[in-house]
Design a protein around this ligand. Structure first.
Ligand code: BG6
Ligand code: MG
Length: 218
């Protein structure tokens, strides 16, 4: 098996639970447009880019908008979302994540962020995890959304790792497909029934250690 040189982390749903904030902001937009948007609908937006999320939301409401109107709506939604994330603190880091990242650091493994979110740098600053990351690739730096592997391949390149030396941590199917398409191994965070395509699925980082990672992948 290949050595592990870098671990690439998705942000939303892996390091922090921001889906609840995305949900409130999208729901407010749907309310204003006059249709209901549920938590079940919100599941469809996980791992999906901002503009694609808006398209899905408008499909749910059976509403058509011009490109210019969509830009305005997406900006409105983002303004509301940013209010929530600007209040985030390190307390919102999901259980076990910091310890796991510190364990990787001790072993000299590169830590990379590979997120579809354009707000990723702001969130990393808010939760004070930015110093632990050797490289960050976010939604501002990619042209093709997951399941395209661009975000992860760029991350690997930034730390000079081959894809076969990288392990991706993802909570969304699109992200797992992106890791696989990029020739990387992948740990799914969440439900094994949904994330079955990952090489390993864990419910979260609580009780997950670098030793357990190595036992599985090395
Ligand atoms: C992903 C989230 O990480 O980022 C999606 O899972 C979100 O739900 C996407 O739509 C884009 O986020 P942002 O912050 O650029 O609007
Ligand atoms: Mg995610």
């Amino acid at each position: 098996m290949n050595a592990v040189k870098a671990c690439i982390f998705d942000l939303d749903g892996v390091i922090v639970d921001t889906a609840k904030y995305h949900f409130i902001a999208w729901k407010q937009l749907a309310d204003e447009l006059g249709f209901s948007f549920t938590e079940r609908h919100n599941e469809l937006l996980k791992g999906v880019s901002r503009m694609r999320s808006l398209d899905i939301l408008l499909e749910i409401g059976k509403i058509e908008k011009s490109e210019a109107e969509k830009q305005v709506l997406a900006a409105q939604k983002n303004e509301r979302y940013v209010v929530f994330i600007s209040r985030m603190t390190p307390d919102e880091i999901l259980p076990g994540v910091r310890q796991f990242l510190e364990g990787l650091k001790e072993k000299g493994i590169k830590i990379v962020l590979g997120s579809a979110s354009k707000n990723a740098p702001m969130i990393l600053e808010q939760i004070a995890l930015a110093p632990l990351f050797d490289a960050v690739v976010d939604g501002n730096q990619v042209t093709r959304a997951k399941p395209d592997p661009e975000v992860f391949l760029k991350g690997a390149e930034k730390v000079k790792a081959n894809p076969s030396e990288c392990i991706v941590f993802e909570d969304a199917m699109a992200g797992i497909e992106a890791a696989k398409a990029g020739g990387m191994r992948c740990v799914g965070i969440g439900d094994a029934e949904i994330l079955g395509k990952a090489d390993l699925v864990i419910p979260g980082f609580m009780d997950f250690t670098v030793e357990k990672l190595f036992a599985h992948f090395c």
